[in-house]
Design a binder for this molecule. Structure first.
Ligand SMILES: Nc1ncnc2c1ncn2[C@@H]1O[C@H](COP(=O)(O)OP(=O)(O)OP(=O)(O)O)[C@@H](O)[C@H]1O
Ligand SMILES: [Mg+2]
Length: 485
């Protein structure tokens, strides 16, 4: 026995003398290869495979058999039922063995390889028996590998299900329904995608969904923010370098394109990609090859590119900040993620979703949301989109116990840390008011309310002073000036 298992064969052949020939040929290796069953039609073969009792490793099938179900059709059906099983096709000599179109067709349908038979019934063996036997041994090895791959994919599938569950796109508005359809469509093909939309609308979420729903899902999803990498490092980040390519290149480094091979690369903030890197990226898209720094031969890569930006990339082209040819190469399928202010009906669902998430994270009972509070959330214009809503809900879920009131919401909306919302809101109030305040008055109102807000958010004066970047004496002086204790 060559392997510590006998290779189990299902033979699909309708001519008695061809069955005999296969048997005679395989007899040479009977301690390693065993014909478990012989059937004369495709339907019978599928029936046995579906029962999955005999644990076949390799199907040897005649290309042309009676009963209608044959050839590529049969190959595809066998692979659907038993994806790991390998198929060696035997065919009449009328098929030229150097006919690569024929070989191509079979392999595309899912066959492992094919061998030819002598014409008529004069010979007792398959033509070129050693090739035939070799192909069965190779097919068996491939079957073992496939079995392993499928097993690990099964485990990965569980992880992918979890990822997709965590990354569900919440919303029932027409725009979101359309977006979901677009995602499903994009997952079925390989075209480059350009996702646009305001900050925090969910562009990265869309990219992640497309990747994990596509056939690339078992490979890497690599995200890079083109704006956050120093200009002189972007090429080596994207394409990698060889050891000694430049001073300081002590060991070789794979580029993100290599890491994303067979998967997806997400080029976030694509408008910030420097010109020299735009030229290189264009070449990668055109040639399907990357040029690694310090390496003369190019490397073939198969990567799907999803780019995203909150800028108007078309305008960047007009302003000569972005290459037009690259723009068209990336923008094969444009996806626009809608802003939250245009889809108020999604807000209750998102609020529910984030409340569930944040409360279960800290094992806290979920507070109810008063009707007026929900109204306030629905009427706000969410310049920071879903990310802003998420932050507001996170804060509300920390700060409220039983129910979230409209007042809670208003406080959270106005006092949004990290943004100038409070100032913005107040300033808008000033603009809309007929009363004109002096510069000093305006300054003291804004300063005062921001100061109190930070103080309210802090456990102690020391913490508030630290947050505001004020030395304690200055902090206390401010308190005094503002009439605060
Ligand atoms: N429809 C949605 N359902 C659930 N979560 C969402 C939705 N849209 C966005 N989010 C969440 O909001 C946050 C921001 O989304 P994401 O990072 O994808 O936005 P973005 O458009 O890439 O933002 P930026 O332009 O700032 O990079 C993420 O935590 C994301 O999971
Ligand atoms: Mg983003």
């Amino acid at each position: 026995m060559i392997y510590n298992k006998i290779i189990q064969i299902l033979l699909v052949e309708d001519e008695g003398y061809d069955v005999r020939r296969v048997r005679n040929t395989l007899k040479l290796f009977e301690d390693s290869i065993h014909i478990q069953d012989v059937v004369s039609t495709g339907t019978h073969a599928l029936g046995l495979l579906a029962k999955n009792e005999n644990n076949y490793d390799v199907v040897i099938m005649d290309y042309q058999i009676a009963g209608g179900l044959m050839g590529e059709n049969l190959i595809k059906k066998i692979k659907e039922i038993s994806p790991a099983i390998q198929i060696v096709v035997i065919t009449k000599m009328t098929v030229n063995i150097t006919d690569f179109n024929f070989a191509n067709k079979l392999i595309k349908a899912g066959a492992f390889w094919y061998c030819t038979k002598y014409p008529g019934d004069i010979e007792d063996f398959i033509y070129q028996p050693t090739d035939f036997i070799l192909s069965i041994f190779n097919a068996f090895e491939k079957k073992l590998l496939e079995q392993e791959r499928l097993k690990s994919n099964k485990k990965l599938s569980k992880n992918i299900e979890n990822i997709l569950e965590n990354k569900t796109i919440i919303g029932k508005s027409k725009q979101i329904e359309e977006l979901k359809i677009q995602i499903e469509k994009c997952a079925q093909n390989n075209a480059n995608i350009l996702i646009t939309g305001d900050s925090g609308t969910g562009k990265e979420l869309v990219a992640v969904n497309i990747h994990y729903k596509s056939s690339r899902k078992f490979e890497n999803f690599v995200a890079i923010n083109c704006g956050s990498i120093p200009t002189d490092l972007i090429e080596s980040e994207l394409f990698g370098y060889e050891k000694g390519a430049f001073t300081g290149a002590g060991s070789k480094k794979p580029g993100l394109f290599e890491i994303a091979s067979h998967g997806t690369i997400f080029l976030d903030e694509i408008a910030d990609l420097p010109m020299h890197a735009q030229v290189k990226l264009l070449r990668v898209i055109q040639e399907g090859e990357i040029e690694k720094i310090g390496r003369t031969e190019k490397i073939k890569v198969d990567v799907r590119i999803i780019a995203a930006t909150n800028k108007n990339l078309g305008q960047e082209v007009v302003d000569k900040k972005f290459r037009e040819d690259l723009f068209y190469r990336l923008n094969v399928v444009p996806i626009k993620v809608p802003s939250l202010k245009n889809r108020g009906e999604d807000i209750p669902l998102l609020v529910e979703h984030f409340l569930n998430k944040f409360c279960s994270d800290v094992s806290k009972a979920k507070p109810a949301v008063e009707e007026k509070a929900m109204e306030a959330l629905m009427h706000y214009d969410w310049p920071g989109n879903v990310r802003e809503l998420m932050n507001v809900i996170q804060r509300l879920s920390f700060n409220t116990e039983n129910k979230i009131t409209a007042a809670d919401v208003n406080n959270s909306l106005i006092y949004l840390p990290g943004t100038n919302r409070k100032f913005g809101t107040r300033i808008m109030e000033f603009f809309n008011s007929s009363e004109i305040l002096s510069w000093r008055e305006m300054e003291s109102i804004l300063k005062g309310s921001y100061f109190t807000f930070v103080r309210d958010q802090s456990e102690s004066d020391a913490e508030a002073a630290k947050k505001l970047g004020l030395a304690p004496p200055n902090y206390h002086r401010m308190c005094k000036e503002l009439g605060l204790k």
